[in-house]
Structure formats: structure tokens, C-alpha cells
Design a protein around this ligand. Structure first.
Ligand SMILES: CC(C)(COP(=O)(O)OP(=O)(O)OC[C@H]1O[C@@H](n2cnc3c(N)ncnc32)[C@H](O)[C@@H]1OP(=O)(O)O)[C@@H](O)C(=O)NCCC(=O)NCCS
Length: 337
């Protein structure tokens, strides 16, 4: 039976490090507040002198993942690009990334599922692989949040938590009878909560998508978030979807060696751990270094977890779990080959 196996991973963040103290210079916030409420100490943002798009960051991560897999771009038969911050309105980042990789006919697919982009992407890659539509898939999550954040005090609840970054995963269909690869995944959406975390403008549902002389004092040009409501949803739904995916995979929580969750807020992931009675060393955290990189967050954490030897050995089982704008949420269980 065909299994979806991760062959290589890669990550890239722009070089411009932005500490909490840097944010204090242009908005009413404090390192103490940010660390206490979110666990974040710093993040990386693109800089004015070297602007980059999500596909540029994704390109760097993709090169690393391809090297790690021992593949060239020409080996790929499908590319999935997950982002909420595409370089431009259209075409999608997958098209731009494929061109940067020197490809001109490899199919690409963009996924707009925010923080669950990697989960939707992995499930999609798995479905393509199992249906025979693809064998070697590149899954990239990349975000440039910083160019669209409200850097005044009005936007502080949102702006302090987001970082730019990308990560990539090479996934291959392998014929194997063992219980390896993506064992199960569960995905959900509830669009009734779309307004809990969104950027409203520019909007194609308006007669004039881009009104002349964009009024940048209008907060609808920037992401707004009902943080406490999302927080409560996350703490309730992440354990629930974990039970769903465990049941689907037919395995018990104590068979999970490491949880690699979406890095939205360290407190959310700690509360998740407490709810499921998991030791803290069973949950991987790197939000303190990168903030929330949305679609890049899980693969970036996975990359670092492998790099640090926290997971990646044959037979080890990881749980991916995420909730974000949409609302979208889900979980997946992966066992290393
Ligand atoms: C955003 C978040 C960190 C805010 O933390 P919180 O503990 O809920 O804080 P609140 O929104 O209740 O705000 C508490 C106070 O801090 C203030 N505050 C908000 N952001 C601040 C900042 N960056 N610096 C200083 N003070 C801030 C608020 O204005 C509020 O002040 P008030 O009590 O005088 O009204 C938290 O709600 C969160 O992480 N939510 C979930 C985010 C998420 O998972 N999103 C989906 C994936 S992207």
C-alpha cells in the first residue's frame, strides 16, 4: 500500500530580527506583556531595503528540503503552496515558486487555509499520492505578515504575535506494508467565525476593490482578531481534534512521541498539554524565536525538532495540530519511516 513519507525538510526566515524591545519603539507595548501573554521574545520580519514575498522565502526553504531529500526540482510532480499572505493578489504563490525553481509545467496548487495550511497541504499531498496523481510532492508554507500589519498601538494585539518565515517538506509515495507515513488526518472549517481573525480589505466583494487613495487609517486594511475568543476555541478544539485523529489512526495518545503544534501562543499549547495530561517535553515549542508564522509554523517546528534530534527516527510518531483563521483546525499523525 502506498504511504506518504517525508523525505526532507527546510526552513527560511528573513535576516531582519525584530525583538520585543524593537516593537516598544513604535507602539505602546512591552517585552514583559508580550512574553507573559504569548511567550514570544522575537520574530523575523522582511526589511524595507530587501523586500521579499512569501514565494521568495518559500523558495529558500524549498531548496533546502530538496537537498535534504536528495531531489532536484525536476523530480517533483506536484507543488502545494500554503499561505495567507500571497506575494500578489494573483497568480498564486505556487506558480511563482515553481518559476523560481526553474519549472515551467509542473502542476501547482495554492492553499488558503491560514494556520492549518500545512495540515490541509499534507492531507492534499497524501490524497494526490494515494490516488496516483503524484509521487513526489513539495509542500511549502510561507508567510510575509509584516508588510500588512498595523504597526500603531491600535494593532498591537495582532502585530506583536506574527513573524515572517517559510518551511518546506518533500513528501514521497512509497509502497510499504508497515504502519508508517501519514497515518490519519482530520480537517474542519467553521466559516461562521471568519471575522474572528481576518484582513478585510482590499476585497473583491466590493464594487471598487481598491478605492483611490487608500485610507490607511482605516483598520479594515489590517488584520483584526478577536484573540480571547480564538484562544478559548483553540483550547477546546485542539484536544478534541486530537482525540478524533487518534481514533482515526487507531492509536493511543501515549504512542505519540512528540506533539508538533501550530505555534500561535505558547499558553495555548501549554493549556493543550495540560488538558491532555502531556509532559511539557512532549510538546515542541519554538514560538519564542519566530512568533506565529502561520502556514510555515508546523513545518518550521518540524524541521527544528528533527534538527535538534527531538524526533525523526524510524518508527517515531508525531502529532501535528493547529487552529487558525477561518476558523480552520485539524490534526494529523505521522510516523517516521
Ligand atoms: C492575542 C492574545 C495574545 C491576547 O492575550 P489576552 O491575554 O487574551 O489579552 P486581551 O486581548 O484580553 O488583552 C488584555 C489587555 O492587554 C492589552 N493589550 C493587547 N495587546 C497588547 C500588547 N501587544 N501590548 C500591551 N498590551 C496589550 C489589551 O488592550 C487589554 O487591555 P485592557 O485590559 O486595558 O482592555 C491572545 O488572546 C491569543 O493568543 N489569542 C489567540 C490567538 C490565536 O491563536 N490566533 C489564531 C491563530 S493565528
Amino acid at each position: 500500500m502506498i504511504k506518504s513519507i517525508i523525505r526532507g525538510t527546510g526552513k527560511f526566515v528573513p535576516p531582519n530580527l525584530v525583538t520585543n524591545q524593537d516593537l516598544e519603539k513604535f507602539m505602546d507595548t512591552s517585552d514583559e506583556w508580550i512574553q507573559k501573554r504569548t511567550g514570544i521574545k522575537q520574530r523575523y520580519w522582511i526589511s524595507e531595503d530587501s523586500p521579499m514575498g512569501a514565494s521568495d522565502l518559500g523558495f529558500e526553504a524549498a531548496k533546502q528540503a530538496l537537498d535534504a531529500a536528495g531531489w532536484t526540482a525536476e523530480d517533483l510532480d506536484f507543488i502545494i503552496f500554503a499561505t495567507l499572505s500571497p506575494d500578489i493578489m494573483f497568480p498564486g504563490g505556487g506558480c511563482l515558486l515553481a518559476a523560481k525553481l526553474g519549472l515551467n509545467s509542473t502542476p501547482t496548487l495554492d492553499i488558503r487555509q491560514q494556520c492549518t495550511g500545512f495540515l490541509y497541504g499534507f492531507a492534499t499531498a497524501d490524497a494526490y499520492i494515494k490516488s496516483g496523481l503524484a509521487k513526489k510532492v513539495l509542500l511549502v508554507g510561507g508567510e510575509v505578515h509584516s508588510s500588512g500589519l498595523d504597526k500603531s498601538t491600535r494593532g498591537r494585539d495582532v502585530t506583536v504575535i506574527f513573524g515572517d518565515g517559510a518551511a518546506a517538506t518533500c513528501i514521497e509515495g512509497v509502497d510499504n506494508e508497515e504502519r508508517v507515513g501519514l497515518l490519519a488526518s482530520v480537517l474542519h472549517t467553521d466559516g461562521n467565525y471568519a471575522a474572528s481573525l481576518m484582513t478585510e480589505l482590499p476585497a473583491s466583494n466590493l464594487f471598487n476593490r481598491n478605492p483611490p487613495g487608500l485610507p490607511l487609517d482605516d483598520p479594515r486594511y489590517f488584520p483584526v482578531m478577536d484573540g480571547p475568543s480564538i484562544f478559548k476555541k483553540a483550547v477546546r478544539l485542539l484536544p478534541k481534534v486530537t482525540h478524533e485523529v487518534l481514533e482515526k489512526a487507531g492509536i493511543k495518545l501515549d504512542q505519540i512521541d512528540l506533539v508538533v503544534p501550530h505555534q500561535a501562543n505558547k499558553r495555548i499549547n501549554q493549556a493543550f498539554g495540560q488538558f491532555l495530561k502531556l509532559e511539557d517535553d512532549k510538546i515542541f515549542h519554538n514560538i519564542e524565536k519566530y512568533g506565529n508564522t502561520t502556514a510555515a509554523s508546523i513545518p518550521l517546528a518540524l524541521h527544528e525538532a528533527i534538527e535538534q534530534g527531538r524526533t525523526g527516527k524510524s518508527g517515531e510518531t508525531v502529532l501535528f495540530v493547529a487552529l487558525g483563521a477561518g476558523l480552520t483546525w485539524g490534526a494529523a499523525i505521522y510516523r517516521f519511516f
